[in-house]
Design a protein around this ligand. Structure first.
Ligand code: NAD
Length: 469
């Protein structure tokens, strides 16, 4: 596949390519251009020339185009989901969910396009105050491999709805679905130069996007380490950033919770997308008086999960990358070796081609042993005695992306939602992120919010006008 700039497919000036692998088989499925700094500069010139025309499109027309974009993604959902499963590894039904979710994101931003406006008031001593919202110009969109379509949608949909042009850089290991979606969006009326995708490595293309002075905002989703590097590189230009980084979400099960619902919620929230979700339930905290029952029920559910190629009838696919699988396997081995947890089930790689690792349940886990995010199919269960202790453990990492409390008691729910330090708190739910809900982290999980109505302040600048009388 080629890059997508100015509405056409182009090669990199480097003439070099990078292979894209199928995580379920380890075989090469495609190649993409190894973009360069010059490729980013060329895309920026195209975007600069196109953005003023997009800014002049009325909100109603922009909304119509974004609605059409959502419908086009829906029409092509099956083909896009196949591409996503092939390059990312997730089971086909999950890929289809992600594609339909991406269509919904564009429809959501279409519905918001007419609401992007400022403020007005009469200031009796001085005159009329008008606050208008202007697009920033060109926005950089840097996307990870775990949910590439929907994360591209969050960022590009918001930037486009606000009248900006976009330079997107997908992950080097899962770029194909994003490229195909960009092509579809342009075919529905988004001007070619307004939406551009440059492929290549983070160190070259990603860094060029962050360091380009003409790109006024970068929305980055990825690891904490890369997020820090992005913030440092952007600082000299005082560039606006949205950083959506890692998470280590606590999933707290109170003694009075509906235990079957909590087990089902934990299994889904931990093993969806092979555990590779920023807001996956990464630490399961269970009241000690129900911990044994919870582990028994969770084990029964986890042992039913079928692991295999995402095109077969499976519940869980491979990890996305062999290094990712090795990192998960080492984290489990270390916890067990240090006596900080016991394997109840799983804990093994599958001896077949592809990056498969069995869904793993760990009991008696020491909180400090899982202070770092494990980005894979591992459910560590930590037992606690009091709600205060659970909240201390939940808040005891530098992350602050999501957390949930499972209870039937309003006071417990209220206390937890007040005291959990994270950007999102769910009650009797986890993982669900409809576009209406602003999303983002605190602490090492980053800053800035996507979705909801918060995207307006991220992707526009306000201008205050005082008209004297
Ligand atoms: P990553 O940080 O390795 O890469 C993310 C993107 O940044 C990729 O496109 C990569 O090519 C690019 N990149 C790498 N170096 C760069 C640089 N120096 N400058 C600019 N761009 C650069 O992350 P990943 O491994 O793709 O994703 C997994 C991580 O993402 C996990 O930690 C996960 O929790 C996090 N994540 C967070 C969210 C969220 O919304 N908070 C969502 C999904 C994933």
């Amino acid at each position: 596949m080629q890059m997508f700039v100015g509405g056409t497919e182009i090669e990199s000036v480097s003439g070099e390519t990078i292979p894209v692998m199928n995580p379920a088989t380890g075989s090469v499925i495609e190649t993409i251009p190894a973009g360069t700094v010059a490729d980013v500069a060329a895309a920026v010139e195209v975007a600069k020339a196109s953005q003023p025309k997009w800014d002049c499109v009325s909100p109603a027309d922009r909304a119509r185009i974004l609605i059409a974009a959502g419908s086009r993604i829906r029409q092509e959902a099956t083909g896009l989901a196949r591409l996503l499963t092939t390059e990312q590894g997730k089971p086909f039904p999950e890929a289809k969910d992600e594609i339909l979710g991406t269509a919904h994101i564009f429809e959501y931003y279409a519905s918001m396009a007419g609401s992007i406006r400022g403020d007005a008031a009469v200031l009796p001593k001085y005159g009329y105050m008008n606050v208008i919202r202007k697009p920033l110009g060109i926005c950089g969109v840097i996307v990870p491999w775990n949910m590439p379509a929907i994360i591209f949608g969050w960022k590009a949909g918001a930037a486009l709805a606000c009248g900006n042009a976009v330079i997107a850089k997908p992950s080097v290991t899962a770029p194909l679905t994003v490229l195909r979606i960009a092509e579809l969006l342009v075919s529905t009326g988004i001007p070619g130069g307004v939406l551009n995708v440059v492929t290549g490595t983070g160190g070259t293309v990603g860094d060029a996007v962050v360091c380009c002075p003409d790109i006024r905002h970068v929305s980055f989703t990825g690891s904490v380490a890369t997020g820090r590097a992005v913030a440092l590189a952007a600082a000299p230009m005082l560039k606006k950033l949205t950083l959506e980084l890692g998470g280590n979400d606590a999933f707290i099960v109170a003694a009075d919770a509906d235990i079957d619902a909590a087990v089902a919620g934990a299994v889904r929230s931990r093993f969806y997308n092979c555990g590779q979700v920023c807001t996956a339930a990464k630490r399961i905290l269970v009241d000690a008086c129900i911990a044994d029952a919870f582990i028994r029920k969770a084990q029964a559910e986890i042992e039913k999960l079928v692991v295999g190629n995402g095109f077969e009838k499976v519940d869980m696919g491979p990890l996305h990358h062999p290094d990712q699988r090795d990192a998960v396997a080492s984290a489990v081995d270390r916890i067990v070796h240090d006596g900080c947890g016991k394997i109840v089930c799983g804990g093994k790689k599958l001896e077949s081609p592809g990056n498969f690792y069995l869904p793993t349940l760990l009991s008696d886990v020491a909180p400090d042993a899982v202070a770092e995010e494990i980005f894979g199919p591992v459910m560590p269960v930590i037992s606690y005695e009091t709600l205060d202790e659970a909240i201390d453990i939940a808040n005891g990492t530098p992350y602050g992306l999501g957390a949930s409390i499972w209870t039937k008691d309003m006071k417990t729910a209220y206390t937890a939602t007040e005291q959990l330090c994270s950007g999102v708190v769910w009650v009797n739910k986890h993982l669900i992120l409809p576009p209406e809900l602003p999303f983002g982290g605190i602490g090492d999980s980053g800053y800035g919010r996507e979705n909801g109505t918060d995207f307006i302040s991220a992707y526009t600048e306000s201008k205050s006008i005082l008209i004297g009388i």
